[in-house]
Design a protein around this ligand. Structure first.
Ligand code: GLN
Length: 497
């Protein structure tokens, strides 16, 4: 099988080929290593990658198979891991200066589960510093470019993971999502991204941004691969007390059951005037595709949706200000060389180590939690989030799924929104509600705009109803039959079969 052929296969197909002995894990690793050599110089999706280590991991799998061990569900599948997930022996920095030189002594549970499923780790993906951002421009390393147009952002904060998949460097990547960081970059790069329900995947070993919202999930080329990956990742973990004991469904087994007869809610709060023209027409087509699959559309209302961005940025920043207090120059990473007192050591290490956006968030969060303002900001934001949860519960009494565009715009130009944090925050208008309420959310490619940039549909479901969300994504992906096109750099087509 040629390298080009292997590069165009899904993770599911690759694992089957390797498990069945039709190709070796080494051949698969070589194909993706060579692709990464070819495109990484222009895409810059990764902050660290190691061809030799990937080939060694693959050789070990081949040797195991030769000795008669049956390989796991991700046999030989090359993956990229976002740089906020702990990986034994590797530098893990959350895209930040402050963690430079930190070497993780352990694996995040999500990483350990991927490895136990026999994947091959190719490298670590770029991200906005501490996962704060929607464009990957807040990385302390370098911006990542969108494989569909190298002058545009890949989205964020899991922009490196999304670009690595879209550019064909890996068929599967891990991202994290606090307010949209898996779904929005998946949308901007034309790949599938799944944020599981809060608690579905253990957060052990994920460097925390906002602990009540953070979730780990896959970015992939199609919905079947997202389902396969979720099956590997999901499940209770004694190391994370917020991980759920809810049984893990057979996501792949139920995937082709279709959505005939399901009720799909369309939010009346979506203001079509806020959508780019290309997004709007694609959104209307997407609704028609869902109907063609036998779903019925129903208008529903979540009145507190209008406050989602404001609530999210108060809650997320408040939690971030507490979580990031541990980066003080004493325990991990960067320590200022200039300090002459303990107080100065804290001040200077943090001033030198954190980038501007992280500092802005810490300041805003600290303010929102300070005495005299706590109730007015943090308390009130939690109150609105609780109301939003009730509104979603009511809506889910009426419908099975809720859909929105994933992002109000296609990929924007690098630099276009850096000077305007508020414009950047508005990228998250459709993704933050599911985070605040803990719902599963799937971004599925839905076509291209007039300039050839990818667009995406977001499908939300009831808590822990990932199987229904994935089924709907699969049905939609088939119905929309997104034209397999290659990004400029010659990336993989989006698989729709
Ligand atoms: N873009 C959002 C933010 O900047 C979401 C980030 C995320 O989900 N990690 O906070």
């Amino acid at each position: 099988m040629s390298a080009a052929d292997l590069q165009s296969r899904s993770a599911f197909e690759l694992a089957e080929l390797v498990r069945g002995g039709e190709v070796s894990a080494r051949e698969v690793a070589e194909a993706f290593v060579s692709r990464t050599h070819e495109v990484e110089g222009s895409v810059r999706a990764l902050v660290r990658w190691n061809a030799e280590s990937a080939l060694e991991q693959a050789d070990r799998l081949d040797a195991d198979r030769a000795r008669g061990r049956e390989l796991g569900p991700l046999a030989g599948v090359p993956v990229a891991i976002k740089d906020n997930l702990c990986l034994t022996g590797a530098e893990v920095t959350c895209g930040s200066q402050i963690l430079r030189g930190y070497e993780s002594p352990y694996d995040a549970t999500a990483v350990a589960r991927l490895l136990a499923a026999d994947c091959v780790i190719l490298g670590q993906a770029n991200m906005d510093e501490f996962a704060m951002g929607s464009s990957c421009e807040n990385s302390s390393y370098h911006p990542t470019c969108n494989p569909w147009d190298l002058e545009r952002v890949p989205g964020g904060s899991s922009g490196g993971s999304a670009a690595a998949v879209a550019g064909g460097e890996v068929p599967l990547a891990l991202g994290t999502d606090t307010g949209g960081s898996i779904r929005q970059p998946a949308a901007l790069c034309g790949v599938v991204g799944l944020k599981p329900s809060y608690g579905r995947v253990s957060r052990w070993g994920l460097i925390a941004f906002a602990s009540s919202l953070d979730q780990i999930g896959p970015l992939s080329i199609d919905v079947r691969d997202a389902s396969l990956a979720l099956g590997v990742l999901a499940g209770v973990d004694e190391k994370d007390s917020t991980s759920s004991p809810e049984p893990v469904a057979d996501y792949v087994g139920q995937l082709e059951d279709g959505i005939d007869g399901l009720r799909v809610g369309v939010l009346s709060e979506i203001d079509e005037g806020d959508l780019d023209a290309g997004v709007l027409s694609n959104w209307r087509e997407s609704l028609a595709h869902l109907e063609s699959c036998g779903a019925t559309l129903e208008a529903i209302s979540i009145p507190s949706l209008k406050s989602a961005i404001a609530v999210y940025y108060v809650v997320a920043n408040s939690e971030a200000s507490a979580n990031l207090a541990r980066f003080d120059g004493m325990r991990y990473g960067h320590r200022s060389a200039e300090a002459e007192s303990l107080r100065q050591l804290y001040d200077m290490s943090r001033s030198e180590g954190f980038g501007d956006e992280v500092k802005r968030r810490i300041l805003l969060g600290t303010f929102a939690l300070s005495s005299g303002y706590y109730e007015a900001y943090y308390g009130r934001a939690l109150g609105v989030a609780a109301r939003m949860k009730l509104e979603f519960e009511q809506a889910f009494g009426q419908v099975d799924l809720i859909v929105t565009p994933t992002s109000p715009t296609a990929a924007f130009r690098i630099g276009e929104r850096v000077a305007d944090p508020l414009a950047m925050y508005l990228s998250d208008v459709f993704t933050t509600p599911a985070s605040l309420v803990g719902l599963p959310g799937l971004a599925v490619p839905s076509g291209f705009d007039a300039s050839g940039l990818p667009l995406s549909l977001q499908i939300l479901g009831r808590p822990f109803a990932e199987n229904q969300v994935l089924r709907a994504g699969r049905a939609f992906e088939r119905a929309a039959a997104v034209e397999p096109k290659r990004p400029e750099i010659g990336g993989r087509p989006v698989s729709t079969t």
